[in-house]
Every structure is written in structure tokens, then in C-alpha cells.
Design a protein around this ligand. Sequence first.
Ligand code: UDX
Length: 454
Amino acid sequence: KNHLFKIAVAGTGYVGLVAGVCFAEVGHHVTCVDIDKNKVELMKSGVSPIYEADLEELMQKNYAAGRLEYTSDYKSAYREADAIFIGVGTPEQPDGSSNLSYIAKVARQIAETIEKDCLVVVKSTVPVGTNDKVEQFIHDFLPRDGGKPTGNGNGVGEDIRVEVASNPEFLAQGTAVRDTLQAARIVIGTESKWAENILMKIYEPFNIPVVSVKRRSAEMIKYASNDFLALKISYMNDIANLCELVEADIQDVSRGMSFDERIGSKFLNAGIGYGGSCFPKDTKALEYLARQNGYELKTVKAAIDVNTSQKTILFKKASKRLITFNGLKVAVLGLTFKPGTDDLREAASLENIPLLLNQGAEIHAFDPVGKSNFSKEYPEGRNGKGSIKYVESIREALEGANVCFVFTEWGEIKEIQPEVYKTLMRIPLVYDGRNLYGVQDMKEAGVEYYSIGR
Ligand code: UDX
């Protein structure tokens, strides 16, 4: 029989909520804490605040079974917990560093609340060394007896033992539940057998290989993994741009590369750069960390540079072909940074649409789920010199358009037949940032087609 724990999870964003639900799914008793009362009510009613396959179903199932609770009363949740997982945001700041104020706030609440031994586990992505600081911070704020620390000198409370462990998260949006329940590995970073033991037991029911290392190495594994993937994408984009110049085809090139197991077949797709909440942030954060330590992290810097210019590569290409976008009907297919999510963070659409609007484009945008988030930033109607209209179908977007941009590889966009572009658009001119269609097929259908690296 598995050893079951009482777990509290701070923050119900992607990281916190998915972790909480999955811990409940394997049998632990989980309380998810969020300061947003409306969000808590929403979750109690079985509605997920994020768009994620399988999540709602598991939320409802485990809530009904009494293993999963939601509250904005952090005190009762932390007081009863054997382990508290922190999954709050660490947003990027203008200089590339991470904002740790949410982590600090939770750490302080924990210190001021807990009454028994407790392992605090940082799941949020944090710069190497942060876990040490969080532990110190918690100890600084632990209740003191008559003004004197009640600690026993080992950095451990006399009556209660509080330690901090690192347990980075590797889930991708859109596949978060699967990525958690069937993760490739679980990384834990601890400084004592006691902490290691608790995490080993919590993860035992998952049946997934555990990589147990020291805290700082665990923190680094997260950055090194994400930045490696970002680097892989930027490398392919760099090669793709060269392929265009020397008339090679990046898709053939990546296929040829993929058979080598040392290279692997995944994350070799050239396109309009990586977006999302992780790669852009984690590359800049590691680069910043290096700089702070007097080191220049050249490879990651190159990944960032390539990605920045790659995001607007379609606009640059189209600007060579068209005198202006002023008064042109521009079809935009896909707004989110990738399919399967309504997340717009660092999406290429957010870089290109302002450039188009600034030239007076009349944009007709289609995205199966991204419209409502996008319209918060760019409301329907006039936007500066241009305008934007959110349409419900691909047909509406394409009809009478002078040019089309494809930013996201949603299934329904992938399935568009070349003839559809030809018949619906006023001028069948397509800039595809995701290499969704055959170059020859588009040519045969009479579409003027530009993609990446082909
Ligand atoms: C990523 C990591 O996959 C995950 O392990 C980590 O924990 C968080 O960051 P996510 O950002 O959700 O997850 O999405 P992912 O599917 O990895 O895609 C990130 C970006 O890279 C997307 O914009 C995608 O379009 C782009 N990408 C991905 C490419 O351009 N080419 C590829 O071959 C793969």
C-alpha cells in the first residue's frame, strides 16, 4: 500500500493546479490554495481555469472522491500539510531576471502558519540558489520564543522541522496531465535524507524514474533542459534561413538528421520561433544568471537572438513582396503560441499583428480558442491605423483576403486544402510560419506560397 500524504499546493496556475490534481489522482489528499476567491469557487464547481485536456475531468473526479479541495484560506491548508508545494508564478522582469515576490510571499505565509514538521517543495522555475534563500527566509520568519529563535542550530526549528526541496516541473501546455502522470523523469533536489525520503514516497505511486540530486543541481536541470530545447529550435531556424538562401529544404534536412539517435527526431521543426511561458523566460533567466556570475553564456544568447528575429520573419518576407499593408485585408490563421492552448504568451502573433496594424492592415483573425484572450489586448474594431475582426471560421478569414499569415498549426488550419486558399482569397498569397503545406501542392493550386526554410 502506498504511503499517502496531506499535501497543500500554493498557486493554481498550470504548474500548481496540474500537480495538485495529479497528486490527488494517485491517492494523496490535496488542498489547492489560491488567493483568488472567484477562481476557488469556479474550481469547486468543477470548472478548470485553464484550457487543458483531461484536467477538468480529473478535477471533478477527485473533488467528488474527497481527495481534492480548493481554498483561499491558506492557513488551514498549510497547518495540516505534510508537504507544501509552491507553484506560483516567477514572471520575467524587463532585465531578464525572475520576479520572486510571489514565492517570497508564500514562503512567509508558510513560516507564519505551520505548526508541525513540513517539507516545502518549490515547483516553480527559480534561479539556481533560490531554494537556499527560500529556506533561510522561512527560518527567518518562523515564530520565535521571547524574541529568540527556537531553532536548534542546524537551521532546523526546535519543535518543528522545515526544509525546502526543489522539484522542477517539465510539463508542456496542452499535454500537462499526461506529461505529469507519465513524465519521462521526476527531478528532486534535497539537502537531507529526510526531505529526499518524503518526496520519494510522494512520487512512489507515479512509478516514474526519479533523479535525486542536490537542490542547486535540480534547479539547474530545469533550465538546462528547457534551454537545450530552445537552442535546438533556434538552431533549426538558423539552418532553415540558410536553406532558403542555398535552395535546400529544411524539412528534408531535419528528416535526414532525425534518424541519428544522438540528435533525436523531436523539436526539429523550423518555424516562427518558440513562444509560451517557459522557453523565452527560461533562456533569458539563465543568461541573466550567467551574467550575474560574470560569465557569458554564448549558446543560450544565440538561441535568444535567433528567436527574436525569427518571430517577425514572415512580416519581413511579406514586406519585400508588398509595398504596404495599408487597406489590405489580411487573414491571420492562429493566434496562440502553439495549438491545444489558449495561451498567448510570447506568441508570434503578438509580434506581427502590431506591425500589420501599424501599417493600416485590416485583419481578419481566426483561432479556435485564442480570440477572447487576444481581444483583451487588441479589441475588435479599429486599432490605431488598422483594424481587427475576430471571425468564427477559416472561410470568413480567407474570403476576399489579399494576403494570409499562418501563425499556429491548429488541426483545422493544417487541413486546409490549397484550392481553398486559391478560391477564397482575392489574391492567393500565403505566408506560412509552420510549414503546413506542400510547396509543390500550393504551386500546383496556383497559390503564391512562402514558408520557412524551403
Ligand atoms: C515547454 C517544454 O516542452 C516543457 O517541457 C517545459 O516544462 C515548458 O516549456 P510549452 O512551452 O508548453 O512547454 O510548449 P512546447 O510544445 O515545448 O513548445 C514551445 C514552443 O516551441 C512553441 O511556440 C512551439 O511552436 C515551438 N516549437 C516546438 C518549435 O518551433 N519547433 C519545434 O520543433 C517544437
